[in-house]
Design a protein around this ligand. Structure first.
Ligand SMILES: *Cc1c(COP(=O)(O)O)cnc(C)c1O
Length: 381
């Protein structure tokens, strides 16, 4: 099978270096050489999270496992938890909070809109939450919420902040320390450019110790920190090959530098939108709320959008995703994440979508779409 160009909302493509890292011979999870690699990975994660916290590491599990770790650590029976949601992933946090028995207030903003900090302030005054959770980059809608503003409110009202940075970490700035966030978590397969399977997380110093025993054994930060700390106490077997892969992806990121990585995401998403606009596909998100890692457009009218995506995958080898929740059938979600945030994959995606539309009788200017994409890439800082 030819390699599929992964332009959906994750998993994103991985570099040859990252793939090779997964094929390295295994080491034991207590081998000092493995632990050295893990230590270095943790240092690299602190840089990308902008976190000084000791407990900064990859959860063994996907982004949802990291989400569940955050929730099980902070959202216990008797705790008041305010979830500020503007899409499917905010709703997922709320579903977890409910299961763990905390006193949930769910404030949902309309699909396609960000969290409104003024509404958030009013809800915080009414509810006086112990914990507030927010998604920085909502992958179901392609919308960015203003975590700086929510973090300032949490400081003002004395609430612990949980931030979902799954589709933002490595793609746009995350300020764990400056936000004073209790927990920020992410996933390996979006902007970090590693395969799915790890959920990077950073936990404010002292927080895990102050919470006591969690309801989950596997996601108990107190137990896990005994493996990461000087005791090196066995808790569960670290997923060695996955950690090699993430370490390699973070090494790439360190070499490129965060400013360069962020610029590449901005350039790629701007280029993609410029090319898609020529094909008649317009963004569903207001300019101020756009993500550099995900573009959401309305699919072409009058055609079966799911069939078009299937054709794009099988005839062109390009994967994009459809809409979720209320936007099912009404959105195309196209990622520019990690390795796909480059000009070549963007041009290939634009041309492939153009060819599929042309086969369905649409008059599309494919070369012009490519030209506009390349021009936007050049002109974006
Ligand atoms: C992808 C995603 C998740 C879930 O991550 P999985 O790796 O699929 O478990 C959570 N939050 C957001 C915002 C995401 O985009």
């Amino acid at each position: 099978m030819n390699e599929v160009l992964l332009m959906g909302p994750g998993p994103s493509p991985v570099s040859h270096r990252v793939r090779s890292a997964m094929a390295r011979p295994l080491l034991g999870h207590l081998d000092p050489r493995f632990l050295e690699e893990l230590d270095r990975l943790q240092d690299d994660l602190r840089v990308v999270f902008e976190s000084s916290a000791a407990l900064t590491f990859p959860i063994s599990g996907t982004g949802s496992a990291a989400m569940e770790t955050a929730v099980v650590t902070l959202c216990r029976p008797g705790r008041k938890v305010l979830v500020l949601s503007c899409g499917v992933f905010g709703e997922r946090i709320a579903a977890m909070v409910r299961r763990y028995g905390a006193d949930l207030t769910l404030e949902s903003f309309p699909f396609g809109s960000p969290v409104d900090p003024e509404v958030a302030r009013r809800r915080m005054q009414e509810v006086a939450p112990d914990v507030v959770a927010v998604v920085q980059a909502e992958t179901s809608t392609g919308v960015r919420s203003d975590v700086d503003a929510i973090a300032a409110l949490c400081k003002e009202y004395g609430a612990d902040l949980i931030v979902d940075a799954v589709t933002s970490l490595g793609g746009l700035p995350v300020h764990a320390d400056a936000w004073g966030a209790a927990i920020v978590y992410s996933g390996s397969q979006k902007c970090l450019g590693a395969p799915p399977g790890l959920g990077p997380i950073t936990v404010r110093d002292g927080l895990a110790q102050s919470q006591g025993e969690a309801r989950s054994w596997y996601f108990d930060l107190g137990l896990i920190s005994q493996y990461l700390g000087s005791e090196r106490l066995y808790h569960h077997t670290a997923p060695i090959s996955m950690i090699f892969a993430l370490a390699e992806a973070l090494r790439d990121l360190r070499e490129e530098g965060l400013p360069g990585r962020f610029a590449r995401h901005r350039k790629a998403s701007t280029a993609l939108r410029a090319g898609l606009a020529v094909l008649g596909l317009e963004s569903r998100v207001a300019a101020v709320d756009l993500l550099p890692s995900l573009t959401v457009v309305a699919p072409p009218g009058g055609l079966d959008e799911a069939e078009l995506r299937k054709e794009l995958l099988f005839a062109e080898g390009v994967e994009i995703a459809g809409g979720l929740g209320p936007w099912e059938g009404k959105a195309w979600r196209i990622g520019t994440m990690g390795e796909s945030a480059r000009l070549q994959p963007v041009l290939r995606t634009v041309a492939s979508i153009g060819r599929v539309l042309a086969r369905h009788g649409r008059a599309v200017a494919i070369p012009e779409a490519g030209n506009q994409a390349a021009k936007a890439w050049e002109e974006t800082e």
